[in-house]
Write a protein that binds this ligand. Structure first.
Ligand code: SF4
Length: 368
């Protein structure tokens, strides 16, 4: 069994199965996530006999980046390889006062959003907790990362168990001890998994809304069929009324709604009004995301003027609405750009294994 990626609760089960006291699980967690042990043999405060037995039974495996490309604006995109040679990617986005790591939760995605190139690849592989956390553990600039967003490839709540495990390790004081206030999970609004996420973690949540009216959202986000945004909003409004997480009085967790700005498709003032009405009464903010085009699509990015017009409608209603700046466009790491190349191609572009090279892929978000 691979020990890396296991949350404390699983490690407790493991040590109990060996008739060991629970504190041994905490020691193992600290070796894995504080001291970055590479093998069981490194865990020197475990009894020698146990280390020898475990060395035969367990590994400590986490993926290493295969290649990296840096944008002219300082954004870096890392490529990782899943079994079957499918690639997944992370982006590291430097801003004035923060460094945001954008991780993938799946290789590919099956949600099928029409403006997203990753959707065309379909779902190739659900990343394990180890594969999600490896994007943090083995990042050369890990120590400088201030924020982590689950906005890379994939729908996190289509892989909820592994995402929750990874969040537990990131947040745990026995783990990486990253504050949940500095972590955001993005979702199109998969129920009941969104409720599980809200109940079982304290992270920020970003709902990819894009269009408030069902007839306008459905052609963009096919998941609207099984997971109508109206139902998601009903859940959020109910929780807001009861002051259940993530709403005021239950910590400083933040809820945001994301709208990708497509010319004439999502950016009209009447659509901003529909959004304003839909989210009324739900403490939240709205992020407007400039879209980046790719070959073979009929969508066009909204003009800055249209985005600002949309923003103005929300602001007049007292809604906090932010326009994201597009980053990493020249290396395909900007919002909406996709994993266009295959593993073989990205490896060919890398000078040698483990050395920074050139990758390609799609990452869909930036920091809150
Ligand atoms: S935008 Fe996100 S949820 Fe939609 S298809 Fe792309 S990766 Fe999946």
């Amino acid at each position: 069994m691979n020990l890396f990626g296991l949350p404390l609760s699983d490690l407790v089960d493991l040590v109990r199965s060996h008739r060991l006291p629970d504190y041994r699980a905490r020691q193992v967690a600290q070796w894995l996530y504080r001291h970055h042990a590479d093998t069981v043999a490194d865990m020197t405060n475990l009894p020698t006999e146990l280390r020898e037995t475990w060395a035969d039974e367990h590994t400590v495996d986490s993926p290493q980046p295969q290649s990296v490309e840096e944008s002219s604006d300082g954004t870096r995109r890392y490529t990782w390889v899943a079994p079957g040679e499918d690639i997944y990617e992370s982006a590291v986005i430097p801003e004035e006062d923060r460094l945001t790591l954008c991780v993938s939760s799946q290789a590919g995605c099956r949600i099928g959003c029409k403006f997203c190139l990753t959707a065309r690849k379909g779902l190739r592989w659900n990343l394990s907790s180890a594969e999600i956390l490896g994007q943090y553990r083995n990042l050369p600039e890990r120590e400088e990362v201030t924020h982590i967003v689950y906005m890379g490839m994939g729908e996190p709540l289509d892989n909820t168990d592994e995402v929750l495990k990874s969040l537990s390790v990131l947040n745990g004081e026995w783990g990486y001890a990253v504050s949940p206030r500095r972590i955001t999970v993005s979702t199109v609004g998969i129920l009941p998994d969104l409720e599980h996420l809200l109940d079982r973690s304290d992270v920020n949540v970003a709902v990819s809304l894009h269009a408030a009216r069902r007839e306008e959202r459905l052609p963009l986000v096919p998941a609207e069929n099984r997971h109508p945004i109206a139902t998601t909003l009903e859940l959020l409004r109910h929780r807001a009324n009861l002051r259940l997480p993530p709403f005021p009085g239950t910590g400083r967790r933040r809820l945001s709604f994301e709208v990708v700005m497509l010319d004439g498709v999502t950016d009209r003032p009447d659509q901003a009004e529909a959004l304003r009405d839909l989210i009324r009464g739900i403490p939240s903010r709205v992020n407007l995301i400039p879209w980046n085009s790719f070959p073979g699509t009929t969508f066009r990015p909204s003009s800055r003027q249209a985005i600002e017009r949309y923003q103005a409608v929300l602001k007049r209603a007292g809604v906090t609405a932010t326009i994201r700046e597009s980053r990493g466009q020249d290396i395909g790491a900007a919002c909406g750009l996709l994993a266009g190349r295959h593993h073989a191609e990205s490896r060919a572009a890398a000078p040698d294994a483990g050395t920074p090279g050139v990758a390609a892929g799609r990452l869909s978000g930036q920091a809150e």
